[in-house]
Design a protein around this ligand. Structure first.
Ligand code: SF4
Ligand code: F3S
Length: 376
């Protein structure tokens, strides 16, 4: 089986498909500390891309509650039950990836296929109380529980399991941006891609009888715009851009800087080996034992870095650009008290102050001849 280097697991690994890396790789950073699970991203994606027949329970973007939620149900836990427990030695994965756990060499990676019922009730039971609350009852004491929200889209993986598993070679990765697409003409609905994707981000359309997946909003990306889920995010938890794949990571590329140089944001389940390109800033209030299973061994370091952001101006500058524009920032700089972002071609598209200016409105508005009561 061909080998390729996977920087996320710190070693070479087997991958049953040979292809050079794309010229640049689309990537996203999601800050889990800021997500409120409002599902605006989910609805923006759904109404734009998957509102047709056979797509009733398809969500290319979903947001679920961790540790108990998941769409489709148990998408991650069921695979973890089948695989080796992830073991890391000094940042190097000592256990096997899903490709290395395939039944035989050059066979599809280890996986499982959810049932229709598993997709049928996203967010069912999440954030619900478990019983009736009587009038006057209240919680007393220290709450021992924790939870957080995990927003998920296709990871446009560097080593896509979906692509490697398709017997029709109907899935491909674009050279210009690394976006992974299902060729709707070639697909015959074998669903090996669904079994193989550890994130369960390929969906079978029961009306057309072929598979569909997140298209990375490629018509927008081709115009230099961020994906719809990124633009619509009211919590401004998302940054969309490109990772450098040819040559060294650039300190003035916010994605390279956050993901590769500082390693503040971490891949989801890197132990599976697909090289996912959605990177998460872990929630600082959640125990590291749980988070290390999700994001690998860099969790404590990342939490420390996040807590010290106030004094880390270069990193803070990159984080200020989240949600600052609907265009893709490919270069940034901290200039005095502002973070500035530029698009391909050098046009300035974002300028964000480190400290929000405070404007106090006059109590009396002369222009409209009204009193504003919210200023006192
Ligand atoms: Fe394929 Fe799944 Fe990776 Fe998306 S997340 S590229 S569907 S393996
Ligand atoms: Fe291939 Fe998946 Fe279609 S395995 S044939 S892309 S359903």
């Amino acid at each position: 089986m061909p080998k390729r280097t996977n920087w996320q697991i710190g070693r070479e690994m087997e991958y049953p498909y040979e292809a050079p890396p794309p010229r640049r790789q689309v990537a996203y950073v999601f800050d889990t500390n800021k997500c409120i699970e409002c599902q605006t991203c989910t609805v923006a994606c759904k109404t734009c891309w998957t509102s047709g027949k056979g797509q009733e329970i398809t969500f290319w973007n979903n947001v679920e509650t961790k540790p108990y939620g998941g769409y489709p149900i148990g998408w991650d836990a069921r695979l973890l039950e089948q695989t080796d427990r992830a073991r890391w030695e000094n940042g190097r994965l000592a256990s096997r990836t899903i490709f290395e756990m395939a039944e035989k060499p050059n066979r599809p990676p280890l996986g499982h296929r959810p049932t229709v019922e598993d997709y049928s009730a996203p967010n069912l039971g999440e954030d619900d109380i478990t019983g009736l609350v009587e009038k006057g009852e209240h919680f007393a004491g220290v709450h021992p529980m924790w939870m957080f929200y995990l927003a998920r889209i296709c990871n446009h993986c560097s080593n896509p399991a979906c692509l490697a598993a398709c017997p029709r070679k109907a899935i491909y990765k674009r050279d210009e941006d690394g976006i992974v697409l299902v060729d709707q003409e070639r697909c015959r609905g074998y669903q090996e891609c669904i079994r193989a994707c550890p994130y369960k981000k390929v969906f079978y359309n029961m009306v057309s009888r072929i598979s569909e997946k997140c298209i990375g909003c490629f018509p927008r990306v081709e115009k230099g715009q961020v994906a719809l889920c990124v633009e619509s995010c009211i919590g401004k938890i998302r940054l969309h851009g490109f990772l450098t794949t040819q040559g060294e990571p650039r300190a003035d590329n916010p994605l390279d800087y956050i993901v590769k140089i500082r390693r503040l944001a971490l891949p989801l389940y890197p132990q599976h080996g697909t090289g996912p390109n959605v990177y998460y800033i872990p929630p600082v209030h959640v125990p590291s034992g749980f988070l290390e299973q999700l994001f690998g061994p860099g969790v404590d370091r990342s939490k420390e870095m996040y807590r010290a952001l106030r004094d880390d101006r270069q990193l803070m500058g990159a984080l200020l650009l989240f949600g600052a524009t609907n265009r893709i920032i490919t270069r940034y700089e901290v200039q005095g008290e502002e973070a500035v972002g530029w698009a391909d071609g050098g046009e300035e598209i974002a300028r964000v102050p480190f400290t929000e200016p405070v404007h106090i409105r006059e109590h009396y508005d002369r222009k409209h001849d009204v009193y504003r009561h919210n200023t006192t």
